[in-house]
Design a protein around this ligand. Structure first.
Ligand code: FAD
Length: 506
């Protein structure tokens, strides 16, 4: 029998993951990527002996990665040397006389003491809180994350509703946490993970308290050599099973005839005629630019006018001429005016005056990614998507952040230590990934955009699927690998909602 030919547009982690699954099952897969390397938002930047992961730096949910590799009959340890970080991360509370700096370990024997110091009686509460989060995480994996949704009627099935209500979907994270804890610092620690979902505590449903279980019980890992090792592993597995990967190959159109995607047109004019098309390109670009006619779009422009986009990121890549003493691998500086900061990012877009920001110093764990005796910093400030600013405003904001780092993180000589520097922000996300409003993450995980997240199948075109952060289940590398599994299930016609046991688990 002739193997069906699948074209996947975009080699982000979701596109690569889908290619791996389909190629392993014997499909003929062609992966078309606009940029010169694969990985999408998880690409590499190599300059002056420093190797920067350009986007993701937190390896969370190791169970999801392990499951994914096992579907491919691959052992994750043959591809990645995973190191469990200890501490998991360091938090900085500027101006706090009592606890200006705290380390969190994803080890309750250490973390409970820290919580108890912040709020008397909280150690017992956090144990109960995490026990509950753990149950909800299991439920989410069994019932919700690996399920393909077809319509809103999926939500009104009795068993689904009964289970779904156990996840506190209609309360916000902010009010949920207010019900458990009083100390503002403690709440900040439990809320910061929402930034991974591109959302704010007062807009995110409480079901995402599962992020705290992921953080405190499962731990934070790092693949030696950097996050890009994950991309290399997936690319190798995809190629090994026959996927053709073409980089530097932007697609300009999904050709549609009689409600069927019959081909894709490349920017160079070439046309390819597959049996199915799967787009890993941001949903907005796919739906409003690659699908040319409005009648063929599931989500036209007016959907996007109301959509809540996750923040963009103001990123500074720094190669230093020496090591920094005050940092660990992951470092979070928490805004003093926590709620105002979220307002600046979501409600009244502007460069935050008192931003929360994140500094990754992976050279604390991995000496292979920088010249000897030198540190590499990845500095990320979440800022509103769609923000417009000039080059001089960008430079001013950079100066402000470097100034804050000198003080907050106690690196007074930072300016003098910089050997390599580059900035990356909105326009770069737009140019490199066709990202709507320069969003770093895609559609935010608000309540509406969690429950009614765009499905992975076009409602108008028979054989057009979507994969990646813009569709179910959402943002983050492991989550995108789940979206790959969901696209695979669609192609194979697999309807059950649980994770696949193997590729023939129909
Ligand atoms: C700064 C930053 C930090 C992050 N931190 C973390 C983290 O610590 N941990 C974590 O798990 N996640 C993190 N994330 C989120 C995670 O990186 C993303 O959710 C995930 O990588 C998105 O993958 P994706 O499959 O949706 O595709 P993307 O990575 O968005 O890739 C889409 C691909 O499509 C290509 N493309 C676009 N247009 C075309 C076209 N016309 N033709 C062909 N190809 C095209 C793009 O070039 C790109 O390669 C972070 C993201 C960013 C930006």
């Amino acid at each position: 029998m002739k193997k069906e030919h699948i074209v996947i547009i975009g080699a982000g982690i979701g596109g690569l993951g889908t290619a791996c699954l389909l190629a392993k099952q014997g499909y003929q897969v062609t992966l078309l990527e606009k940029n010169e390397t694969t990985g999408g938002r998880a690409r590499l930047l190599k300059e002056k002996g420093f190797t920067f992961d350009m986007g993701p730096s937190w390896y969370l949910m190791p169970d999801i990665f392990e499951h994914f590799f096992s579907l491919l009959d691959e052992k994750i340890e043959d591809h990645l040397n995973l190191i469990k970080l200890s501490p998991s991360y360091r938090v900085f509370f500027p101006g706090d006389k009592e606890f200006p700096v705290l380390d969190l370990y994803s080890d309750l024997s250490k973390d409970l003491d820290t919580f108890e110091k912040l709020e008397k009686g909280s150690a017992e509460k956090i144990k109960k809180y995490l026990e509950r989060s753990g149950k909800q995480y299991d439920l989410a994996k069994r019932q919700f994350m690996y399920r393909n949704y077809n319509s809103v009627f999926d939500f009104v099935q009795m068993d689904f509703l009964k289970e779904g209500l156990k996840m506190n979907p209609f309360q916000t994270m902010e009010s949920y946490l207010d019900g458990w804890f009083q100390d503002e610092r403690l709440k900040k620690i439990l809320e910061y993970t929402l930034v991974f979902l591109g959302s704010a505590p007062d807009k995110t449903p409480a079901l995402y308290n599962i992020m705290n279980f992921i953080d405190f019980d499962m731990g934070v890992y790092y693949p030696e050599g950097g996050i890009y090792k994950i991309i290399e592993a997936l690319e190798n597995i995809a190629r090994k099973n026959g996927t053709i990967i073409r980089v530097g190959t932007p697609v300009s159109e999904i050709i549609i005839e009689d409600k069927k995607a019959t081909g894709v047109r490349l920017e160079n004019g070439e046309v390819i005629f597959p049996d199915h098309v799967i787009s890993n390109v941001d949903m907005h670009f796919t739906e409003t630019k690659l699908v040319k006619e409005e009648k063929n779009r599931t989500f036209p422009q007016k959907y996007w006018d109301k959509a809540v986009m996750g923040p963009s990121a103001f990123i500074i890549y720094l190669g230093l001429n020496q090591e920094v003493k005050t940092l660990t691998h992951h470092n979070l500086r928490f805004s003093v005016n926590w709620k105002d900061n979220f307002k600046d990012v979501f409600d009244n877009p502007k460069f935050p005056d008192d931003p929360s920001y994140y500094v990754c110093c992976p050279t604390k764990t991995d000496k292979t990614i920088a010249p000897e005796g030198k540190d590499l910093l990845f500095v990320l400030v979440p800022v509103a998507a769609g923000l417009e600013f000039s080059e001089s405003q960008k430079k001013e904001y950079r100066d402000k952040i470097i100034g804050m780092m000198k003080q907050d993180l106690n690196i007074p000589n930072l300016e003098g230590m910089i050997e390599y520097e580059s900035l990356y922000a909105h326009q770069d996300f737009q140019k490199d990934y066709n990202a709507f409003q320069g969003t770093a993450l895609g559609l935010a995980h608000t309540l509406k955009q969690t429950l009614l997240r765009p499905g992975n199948k076009s409602k108008k075109i028979d054989n057009l699927l979507y994969v990646g952060a813009g569709t179910n289940p959402g943002i983050g590398m492991p989550i995108c690998l789940i979206s790959s599994e969901l696209a695979y299930k669609r192609i194979r016609g697999i309807k059950h909602p649980r994770p696949l046991k193997d590729l023939n688990d129909i």
